[in-house]
Write a protein that binds this ligand. Structure first.
Ligand SMILES: [Zn+2]
Ligand SMILES: [Zn+2]
Length: 377
């Protein structure tokens, strides 16, 4: 496939300096960035082209090679037997390392580092997590220095090509028999040095600032979910791309509900008269109170499912259910009359109909009896 000219891709002249190239790159990279053009294959292709053109043209060695040989300079075997680069005596590893390193993912020359990703833990109530919410957060971060536009160099100057490594970012050290490539100690592998640092950021290209962001949390998130805000992390060094901000969701414990995926659970205490005779109680849901019918002879632990009263997950799917677990409550602080009534009830349950009234007690007692009978046999 015929490749377009790198200068044409960036829309700059053949004599453009690094600053012009960087400017053109920033503009085009923003325009075609995949995050801004989701699902657009053409934009993605453009973005790759722009990035490649930028990487070649901002690398002194590669740019010189491109000017001389065109795209052929970067095609494997397209160099005409090692002529042109480094002289006939250079070993192949070096040539490939230096010239092709970045293209083949080796990345020997360290560019100014991309900004670090930031993580922010956002505490939400269950209601906020279920319904979604927009919250303002304040995060301390490093932002591009406005004074030098992130270059780190004083206004009117620009970073100079490092004289130790001539912009390669790497120097060769001899260790006995071997030649070893190491990051250049003068420029820490960046290939450039700042002679006249910007006084606002002291040459870092970044300054500390607290920024306020409005974060939209979609409905249905749960603890452990995270939301990525592309480019909202720390600014890169000397104009390199920013990192991302990850907002980590943490849902606070709720007084009534417990969530498990898309279902909600709650415990509902019921007095034992109602548990025995049946009746109707009110139970809470996230949308307000609803009535729940308690059938007669309801035991502790019985689960009642209220369909569609749970949560819809942020990942889609059906709305979950609310599961109410009944707990029969033993009455406390009884007055004399209540005690008397219970006494009568107790005597009645212990009477001839007791086995029928309390089948679990009966089968338990039968089990205990059998256990001791078997022991003593
Ligand atoms: Zn250097
Ligand atoms: Zn600055």
């Amino acid at each position: 496939m015929a490749k377009s000219d790198y200068y044409e891709i960036l829309g700059v002249s053949k004599s453009a300096d690094e600053r012009e190239i960087k400017k053109a790159y920033k503009r085009l990279a923003m325009k075609f960035h995949p995050d801004r053009n989701p699902g657009n294959a053409e934009a993605e292709e453009k973005f790759k082209e722009v990035k490649e053109a930028y990487e070649i043209l901002t690398d002194e060695q590669k740019r010189a090679a491109y000017d001389q040989y065109g795209h052929a300079a970067f095609e494997q075997g397209g160099m005409g037997g090692g002529g042109g680069f480094g002289g006939g005596g250079a070993d192949f590893g070096d040539i490939f390392g230096d010239v092709f390193g970045d293209i083949f993912g080796g990345g020997r020359r360290q560019r100014a580092a991309r900004g670090a990703d930031l993580r922010y833990t956002m505490e939400l109530t269950l209601e906020e997590a279920v319904r979604g919410v927009t919250k303002e957060i304040r995060i301390p971060t490093l932002q591009e220095c406005e004074k030098c536009e992130g270059s780190g160099a004083k206004a009117g100057s620009k970073p100079q090509t490092c004289s130790t490594c001539h912009g390669a970012g790497q120097v060769q050290m001899r260790q006995g028999f071997f030649a070893v490539q190491q990051p250049c100690p003068t420029c820490q592998g960046r290939g450039t040095v700042i002679k006249d640092p910007c006084d606002a950021c002291h040459g870092h290209g970044r300054v500390e600032k607290t920024k306020t962001l409005s974060v939209k949390i979609p409905a249905g998130v749960d603890t452990g979910d995270r939301i990525r805000l592309s480019g909202e992390g720390e600014a890169g060094e000397q104009g390199a791309p920013s990192g991302d901000l990850y907002v980590q969701v943490s849902v606070k414990k709720h007084a009534i509900f417990e969530r498990e995926d898309s279902n909600l659970f709650c415990e509902v205490p019921v007095n034992f008269a109602m548990a025995a005779l049946g009746g109707e109680i009110e139970v809470p849901t996230l949308d307000g109170r609803v009535k729940l019918k308690i059938p007669a002879e309801t035991q502790t632990g019985k689960l009642f499912r209220m369909r569609g009263k749970g949560v819809k997950s942020v990942r889609g799917g059906a709305v979950g259910d609310l599961l109410c677990r009944v707990v029969v409550e033993t009455p406390v602080k009884l007055n004399e009359r209540q005690k008397q009534l219970l006494q009568e009830l107790g005597e009645s349950l212990g009477g001839p109909s007791g086995d029928t009234n309390s089948p679990r007690s009966k089968s338990f007692l039968d089990g205990v009896k059998k256990f001791f009978d078997d022991l003593t046999r």
